[in-house]
Design a protein around this ligand. Structure first.
Ligand SMILES: Cc1cc2nc3c(=O)[nH]c(=O)nc-3n(C[C@H](O)[C@H](O)[C@H](O)COP(=O)(O)OP(=O)(O)OC[C@H]3O[C@@H](n4cnc5c(N)ncnc54)[C@H](O)[C@@H]3O)c2cc1C
Length: 805
């Protein structure tokens, strides 16, 4: 038995097998996959095997697209039968929201490169002549979709990995995983111990138990899911072609042909059941396990499927499958490092593991071996969940996600399952003022304020809060606005070596003098952007760093894992002990001056300076920075003092015309300022030069992580540009293709309407030859071409005069 390996993969389902193969493809064959039973014996063997191209997330769509390219080739590659049926897919739209969503995904298809058309009833009927099309408006016809035999696919991936030199051990359970003093992992299996540099949790429904072996957690709940297979259907017998895999919100499920029979799978939206309830976890000896059928539970939706496909009702049900699927709270897989651990990776939590397995394996292998994947992995990073994602939260969210699997949620709609989880002390006060919160990393954060009781009508187009956001922006621009941004990730970085440490791990030079504020970026050794932080120097050996709420654990890992032995640096996560009140607008100085003895004049408290002062008697770290491009201060205060602070600002603000504002308004104003955002423009896909962030690198300061790679990188066809769009009633939001005639030359990374400049604005990643100011191209928004022009400077106040004064 192999007792040492570079990588041990725990679990031989679709995810583990795909990862093993892709590690091997990337040249890493010093690997062992350890499976407690037979390959596929977890969730994989009983899956229905469908692989759709369509999914709501741009990055996940890349994962699906890669799987659909790989699977048709696997049989020829390995000789293993995979039963790939390239029948395509039809996703029905039965209302305008669904159609709008399909148009959004149509945009993804152009930039990612999978085949998709939006087709009308005539084509739908041609592709599936048995379908009842009541209420159907149109459908997405995705021709690269198919379905395969999941066991065949998984075994083929394992065989392909073995053929390249990887090792697979079956019937060998991992009992324990320990970290040795030197950092290597010791994987204790039934057949012996394996020492490994890296361990991967690909344990499917057991991922939570395997994570627990290393004191970590995989936030999953395992759900029961049914599909049924009918007796052979005479009408199918008479045909040689196969109908596409059908997906439909009315049915809340999928239906297709299974050989000459019908297959219907249901995502019921009531009576949902956890697998292995009430224990919630499978026994270790569970293998190829199915649960008792509960056709009554899914009957209402089965009936609808039969309404859609009356020929399915002409024959009886031959087989019922009720198996377990792991689900995460947000429906996306867990791909990446486990928080707080070095070299312990997650490759689990997928509820569409057949469709996603191929792509998940490919991009995770890149990340593990090269430090970065070629697609944006932020939304899959397991560290997007923290301690807030306890069992009750995960269960509530997963139930919601399962229920809504086939329901299109238009942008702007808030789902409340599991919430609120983390609230600022101002939460109730702001609610009473009409605040509508959105959730990031468990935090409830103000999104917009409903002053007249209206609710947001979610839409891909400008909706009924457009005017509300315009008014919030106007308040900040003309008077003064206040925003609770307590969810910011916050770290105190202290110690004699703190400055040298930060200068080593970031691309910019940190402020040299106390009171200075700088924007810094953490890079991977390969030079790609990992994190962005605002750093304030509070003293010789004290820096206060702020980063995105969703990056709290990621950046904590990046910082802590970069400290060298013996280095005098300590990094404290103070996120929950400080609140943040942002006071912005031309009258912010006057307002705050009523609450402090401190001189806030431009001469004594300059832009990009920070210091400890008292506001309304409360000690605050006052930072003169602004993400919205107006005069303003961020007040970072002990969390318990937030009500006093806000109360004083609000009361005093009345005579200055104060208004609350939320993150919609922030997004509108930050894009007017041309500020790029971490996780949309600043991602692991790009280096600082490609992200047009050269001014935040200091190549002269000596060595820093990612410097050599940034300098050595051969030119790649990516450049972030800032554009103005001739949009009418829908703005770009991310994922829209950038077109020159019929050629896709890039993709929008984020966009919004700029209310101060009254322009639709977007960032896009395009081929460098289109990056010069004045370059023109089109952006496809909701399937409609909108002219775009590259801007050479911020649309609003490019000289920063409003922040400087
Ligand atoms: C009825 C049904 C239909 C489905 N249809 C589809 C579909 O059409 N398309 C689609 O994309 N998805 C579908 N799915 C979902 C899909 O089955 C799962 O998402 C996928 O199989 C998950 O793969 P995995 O590798 O993560 O997990 P698994 O296949 O469960 O693999 C994990 C493996 O880890 C092993 N393991 C666990 N702990 C240990 C240990 N300590 N030591 C060693 N080994 C261990 C287990 O034995 C198991 O084999 C369906 C699911 C169900 C229930």
């Amino acid at each position: 038995m192999k007792t040492n390996a570079r990588v041990v993969v725990v679990g031989g389902g679709m995810m583990g097998a795909s990862l093993l193969y892709h590690l091997a493809l990337e040249g890493c064959i010093d690997t062992v996959l350890v499976e407690k039973g037979e390959l596929t014996c977890g969730s994989t063997w009983h899956a229905a095997g469908q692989c759709p191209s369509i999914t709501g997330s741009y990055n996940l769509a890349k994962i699906h697209a890669y799987s659909n390219q790989l699977y048709p080739k696997l049989e020829a590659l390995t000789g293993q039968y995979v039963s790939w049926h390239p029948c395509g897919g039809l996703r029905l739209a039965t209302n305008e929201h669904e159609l709008a969503w399909l148009k959004q995904v149509y945009g993804y298809s152009k930039s990612i490169g999978f085949r998709m058309e939006i087709v009308g009833l005539e084509t739908i009927k041609k592709l599936n002549p048995f379908l009842t099309t009541d209420q159907v408006l149109a459908a997405a016809w995705t021709q690269d979709d198919g379905h395969g035999d999941p066991s065949g696919l998984c075994n083929a991936l394992a065989k392909a990995a073995r053929d390249l030199g990887a090792t697979v051990m079956r019937r060998n359970r991992v009992l324990e995983i320990r970290q040795r003093r030197g950092g290597e992992w010791e994987v204790i299996t039934e057949q012996g111990n394996i020492v490994a540099e890296m361990v991967v949790n690909a344990a499917g429904c057991y991922a939570r138990q395997v994570a627990a072996m290393v004191g970590s957690d995989a936030p999953i709940t395992n759900m029961q899911h049914h599909y049924v297979v009918t007796h052979p259907i005479p009408a199918f017998m008479a045909r040689s072609e196969e109908i596409p895999v059908m997906r439909d919100s009315y049915t809340s499920g999928y239906f297709r042909q299974e050989q000459k029979s019908g297959l219907m799978g249901i995502y019921e939206n009531s009576g949902l059941t956890e697998a292995w309830a009430p224990r919630g976890v499978p026994e270790w000896d569970s293998s190829n396990e199915l649960f008792a059928d509960d056709l009554d539970r899914i009957a209402p939706w089965l009936e609808r499927a039969i309404e859609r496909m009356p020929i399915f009702g002409e024959v009886g049900i031959r087989r019922v499958i009720n198996g377990a699927i792991p689900h995460t709270p947000d429906g996306a897989p867990l791909l990446g490092p486990a928080a707080g651990l070095r070299n312990f990776w997650m490759c689990c939590g997928t509820s569409f593991g057949i469709a996603q397995g191929g792509g998940c394996g490919k991009y995770l292998a890149q990340w593990m071996l090269h430090g970065d994947a070629e697609i944006n992995m932020t939304e899959f990073d397991p560290r997007r969940f923290g301690a807030f994602a306890d069992a009750a939260y995960v269960r509530d969210k997963v139930f919601q996600d399962y229920r809504l699997t086939f329901t299109t949620r238009p942008p702007g709609e808030e789902e409340m399952a599991g919430r609120p989880k983390k609230t600022s002390p101002l939460h109730d006060t702001l609610r009473a003022q009409g605040c509508v919160h959105s959730e990031t990393f468990g935090w409830e954060r103000p999104k917009w304020f409903s002053l007249d009781g209206r609710s947001e009508a979610g839409s891909y187009r400008r909706n009924n809060v457009f005017d509300v956001v315009r008014d919030e922006v106007a308040a900040v621009h003309e008077r003064v606005g206040v925003l609770d941004l307590t969810g910011f990730a916050k770290y105190d970085i202290t110690g004699a070596d703190a400055e040298a440490f930060l200068n080593r791990v970031c691309a910019n030079l940190v402020p040299k003098n106390a009171g200075g504020i700088g924007l810094i970026h953490l890079l991977s050794p390969g030079g790609r952007v990992q994190g962005e932080m605002t750093v304030t120097r509070l003293g010789d050996a004290h820096f206060y760093a702020l980063s995105a709420a969703a990056a709290e654990l990621r950046d904590l890992d990046l910082l802590r894992q970069s400290v060298k032995p013996g280095e005098a640096v300590s990094i404290d996560n103070v996120t929950e002990s400080r609140g943040v009140l942002v006071v912005s607008g031309p009258r912010s100085r006057e307002l705050l001056s009523t609450l402090t003895d401190e001189n806030l004049s431009n001469e004594s408290f300059r832009w990009l300076r920070g210091r400890e002062i008292r506001i309304a008697g409360q000690p605050v770290r006052a930072l003169r920075v602004s993400y919205v491009g107006e005069l303003g201060w961020e007040l970072h205060a002990p969390i318990d003092s937030m009500p006093t602070l806000y109360g004083a600002v609000w009361r005093s603000g009345q005579s200055f015309g104060i208004a609350n504002y939320g993150l919609y308004a922030v997004n509108s104003m930050r894009i007017e300022k041309g500020y790029k955002a971490w996780s949309s423009e600043l991602t692991n896909e790009l280096n600082m030069l490609e992200a047009d962030m050269a001014r935040f690198i200091n190549f002269n300061k000596g060595e820093f992580v990612g410097k050599d790679a940034t300098l050595a990188q051969a030119p790649r066809p990516y450049k972030i540009v800032y554009t103005e769009l001739a949009a009418t009633d829908a703005d770009a939001r991310g994922g829209e293709p950038v077109m020159i005639q019929d050629r896709c030359i890039g993709v929008v990374t984020s966009g919004s309407y700029g209310h101060r400049v009254k322009k639709s604005l977007a960032f896009a990643c395009v081929a460098p030859e289109f990056a010069a100011a004045g370059s023109a191209f089109d952006v496809l928004i909701q399937g409609e071409r909108r002219a775009a022009r590259v801007l050479g400077a911020a649309a609003f106040d490019p000289d920063n005069s409003r922040m400087r004064t």
